[in-house]
Structure formats: C-alpha cells, structure tokens
Design a protein around this ligand. Structure first.
Ligand code: NAD
Length: 487
C-alpha cells in the first residue's frame, strides 16, 4: 500500500494506533487501488486525544502570541518544502490532478498558516474609558476545538480550521473525511516539526459516528464542520443540545450571472473554473450559469469547444486537467444527475456520461457536461450535484435574474460578469450569498472571509473574521473609586 501512514491517528505529538477500531481503506480513485488502511478511533483513542489536547492547550495558551505565530509560519515553510510530496499524496487520496494539487492544496494551507501566523501578535483587546473607572477586554481561547473535514480539499480544510483555532490559543482535534484520511496526518507531522507543543493538534480517524461522539463530548468547546447541508443540520442540532459553538461550511448551488456586455472569453474561463476544476467537486461552484439571451448561443458554442479540449486522464501526469471523481458513490451520484438532466428535458450540449480513459479502466472518470435550456425547477438546477455538470439558464432582465438566482435554499457563493461597474455592485448587493466575485469566480485568497448565507453555513472561515469564531471576549470592569450600595 503505497501511502500507508505509520499509524491511523496522531495524538500528543506522535502516531497512535487503535487497538479495537474498525479498519477502512483509502482508494486511489483513478485505479481503485487500495493505498492505505486505517482504523476508526475507539474510546481509548478519543480519550487520549482529549487528554493530550487539554494538556497541550494549557502550554500553548500560555506562550506569547508572537511565538505561537512563529511556529505557524515555520509550519507554512515546511508545507511549502514538502509541497510535491504532499500534492502527490493528495492526488492519490482524492484523484484530483497533480496540476491542481501542486498549487491549490498544501500550498493554500501554507498561505493560511502564514497569514494567521502573521496575525498572532496583533490580536488585542480594547480599553474602554468609563470616566475614572475603566474596562478592558481580552480575547481568550475557547479550549479544545473539534474540526470535521470533507474530502474535496483535505489538507486545505485541515489548515483552514487549525490555523485560526491555534493562533487564538486553542487546541484542535481534527477528524478528516473517512474518504481522504491521509494528508491531515502529514500536516500534524509538519506542525510537530515546526515546534508545536505536543497535543495542540491531533488527528483521529472515523466516520460520522466518531464525529457525533466528539461533538457531544463535554470537553469539546467548539465544532467546525465542512460538509453537506444534511450533515450540517445533524451537527448543529447535536451541538445545540450541548450548547457548543459551531462553524458550518456547507454546500451550495451558486449562481454565476453573465450579462450581455461581459467579456465572453473571460466569462467562459470563469464558468469552466466554476464547474470543472477539481472535477466539479467544489462547494462554492457556480453550477447555475445564467447567460443573457443575446450572447447565449455564442457562449455555448465556445464553451463546448473549450470543454472538448480538456485533458482527462492520469491524475499524476501534470498535463492532465480533469481527474476521476473521488469515489464510486460520487461517480454513481453524478452519472444519475447526468441522466436526470436529460430526462427532465434539458439540452445536452456536451458530455453526459462516464468517460473511458486508456490505462484506467477502473477509474471513476466522467465527461465534463454542459446542459443548456435548463429551467429553474429542474432538479439539476436545484440540487447540489458535486460533479462536473454545468447548467446554463438564460435570462433577459436584471431584476428577473436576481430573483431567480436567489430562489434557492443555499447561499454560499455568487458571481457576476459585466463591464457596467454600477450594475456589478448593484447586482452583487442584491444576491443572497456569503462569498461573491465580480468578473472572476472561485478565487478564495486566505485574506478574504469565506462562508455561506442561508442553509450554506454558519460563521466564517479565513480573514480576520475567523478570529471571532475561535475566541471569546472577556470584559473586565476596573473600579477606580469606592463601591456604592443601597444599604
Ligand atoms: P459529508 O457531509 O458527507 O461529510 C463531511 C464530514 O462530516 C465527514 O468527515 C463525515 O465523516 C462527517 N460526518 C458525517 N456525519 C456526521 C455526524 N452525524 N456528526 C459528525 N460528523 C459527521 O460531506 P462530504 O461528502 O465529505 O463533502 C461534500 C460536501 O461538503 C458537499 O456538500 C460540499 O458542498 C461540502 N463542502 C463545503 C465546503 C465549504 O467550505 N462550504 C467546502 C468543501 C465541501
């Protein structure tokens, strides 16, 4: 097994094996090859992780913030030094092409560690003048945070949760998705190598039941989940029962609106990035592409032409643009939506089924697919598919397209293409989405808060905003005079 880790879990600064955990395999989606076998966390592992995190957090929170920042920045350097090795591992675990993982996974994790490492020494409270007496505030950690990952950006998600949590003085226990259990362990190794005290960052493996046990654990102060809306509802309800703080980064069905004055080639580039990058397995994807009637046919013919030039194939070949879907389950789900689109009467412009790739007969490859003449009530326009299925819907009027774009339970992201500066800001102002782009799509620099409106989530990751979700404010009133009492 070519990616077998030293052990399943990482607790207290070293690898740890479960004695009674259930074994499960990680597969290379291009071939179906088993690349690693790990075990779910049993009670002993969970309790070891909690105890290590408790000890580690005390040491960590007592360190000067500038020193904490230095360790995070060192970890960023280590991820960059090991970028190729980590990218190959991520490609094996997810099937995403190396062309992408080399720039978008460990590298974006490193950006995140560097950013929060830089913020470390700037996190301060305030002084409040009360006329003689005064108050001040302190920003304090929450304690032990529990992170739950999805499988599409495993190491990036691990970093997006760990860096802001750690910079605020918390410890973290992270459960990667059972589909992609490997890179979080390598990230934990990098943190230890950078000088992170033992126990501050721990990784445990498991399915949803391990996640739920941790959410309910009395020593967990906060839960941060990246996953689907149904899982988010379960986690929120369990966390609510125990009154835990939560951040939820969930799914979407985001609109990308292209007006008739847009630069069409750029808009097509954005639609490609918004639907086919990572084989369409991105939460913020702009899967409902609203194209103005006046440019629709021009848009569709160029989109089909450019899509036909995409290179599907060996994910480890850097020339490959599109790899397989992550799993058999995802493969079956995406194919079923390709069929549903045709059954619903959408016009198939290109793709529409599985793809045969030489030398990879067992791979979960599907064709990048474009549907046109999609109507708002079709399932392919309403439900998150999480695969390379792009739906083009046409429109004629600004108010109409805004209303239709907002007619969804999701609100993760949105994009607008137009050269009219006032229209761009006016439309973005009306869209019910947490993360928006004007004249581009799906860029998520760490400096910019990321998260959803409506059912797409609660809270924000990235930017200064994430600090609010990993710290609590203590207000302290200081009396400079006597104390009056009624009797
Ligand atoms: P999922 O909801 O199936 O699983 C996510 C994680 O939750 C996994 O680690 C899983 O083990 C865990 N889990 C499942 N049930 C649980 C429970 N009851 N309690 C605690 N944990 C539980 O999602 P997925 O299939 O891994 O990922 C795809 C989904 O994630 C898509 O909907 C996508 O939009 C979303 N996503 C969102 C973002 C974002 O930032 N908004 C980013 C990536 C993916």
């Amino acid at each position: 097994m070519r990616a077998q880790p030293k052990a399943s879990h990482y607790v207290g600064g070293s690898y740890l094996e479960s004695q009674t955990g259930t074994p499960f395999d990680s597969f290379y989606p291009a071939t179906g090859e088993v690349i690693a076998r790990v075990h779910t966390a049993d009670d002993a592992v969970i309790e070891s992780a909690i105890s290590a995190a408790r000890t580690g957090q005390e040491v960590w929170a007592a360190m000067p913030p500038a020193e904490r920042g230095r360790i995070l920045r060192k970890a960023a350097d280590i991820l960059r030094e090991k970028n190729r090795e980590l990218s190959v591992l991520e490609t094996l675990d997810t099937g995403k092409p190396l062309q992408e993982t080399l720039i978008a996974d460990a590298a974006s994790g490193a950006d995140c560690l560097e950013y929060y490492g830089g913020l470390a020494a700037t996190l301060t409270g305030e002084h409040i003048d009360l006329g003689g007496s005064f108050a001040y505030t302190k920003r304090e950690p929450l304690g032990i945070c529990f992170g739950i990952g999805a499988w599409n950006y495993p190491i990036q998600i691990a970093c997006w949760k760990a860096a802001p949590a750690l910079v605020c003085g918390n410890a973290m226990i992270f459960k990667p998705s059972e589909v992609t259990p490997l890179s979080a362990l390598k990230f934990a190794e990098a943190l230890t190598e950078a000088g992170l005290p033992d126990g501050v960052y721990n990784v445990i493996q498991g399915f949803g039941d391990v996640g739920a046990r941790m959410v309910a654990h009395p020593d967990i102060a906060k839960v941060s989940l990246t996953g689907s809306v149904p899982t988010g509802a379960k986690v929120a309800s369990l966390a609510g029962e125990h009154l835990k703080k939560t951040t939820l980064e969930l799914g979407g069905k985001s609109p990308l609106i292209i007006f008739d004055d847009a630069d069409v080639e750029n808009a097509i580039s954005a639609a490609i990035n918004a639907n086919f990058y990572s084989t369409g397995q991105i939460c913020s994807n702009g899967t409902r592409v609203f194209v103005h009637k006046a440019i629709k046919e021009q848009f569709l013919s160029r989109l089909a032409e450019r899509t036909s030039s995409a290179v599907l194939g060996d994910p480890l070949d850097e020339a490959t643009n599109i790899g397989p879907l992550v799993s058999r389950q995802q493969f079956d789900k995406v194919l079923s939506y390709m069929q549903i689109g045709q059954d619903e009467g959408a016009r198939l412009v290109c793709g529409g089924g599985s793809a045969q790739v030489d030398s990879f007969p067992e791979g979960y490859f599907v064709q990048p697919t474009v549907f046109a003449d999609v109507r708002d009530n079709m399932r392919i326009a309403r439900e998150e598919i999480f695969g390379p299925v792009l739906s083009v819907l046409d429109f004629g009027d600004e108010d109409e397209v805004v209303a239709r774009a907002n007619d969804t339970e999701f609100g993760l992201a949105a994009g607008v293409f137009t050269k009219d500066i006032q229209r761009a800001h006016r439309v973005i102002g009306k869209l019910e989405a947490g993360t928006c782009w004007i004249n581009t799509y799906n860029l998520t620099p760490i400096e910019m808060p990321f998260g959803g409106y409506k059912k797409s989530g609660i809270g924000r990751e990235n930017g200064h905003a994430a600090i609010e979700y990993y710290s609590q404010i203590k207000s302290i009133y200081v009396e400079m005079d006597g104390v009056e009492a009624a009797f």
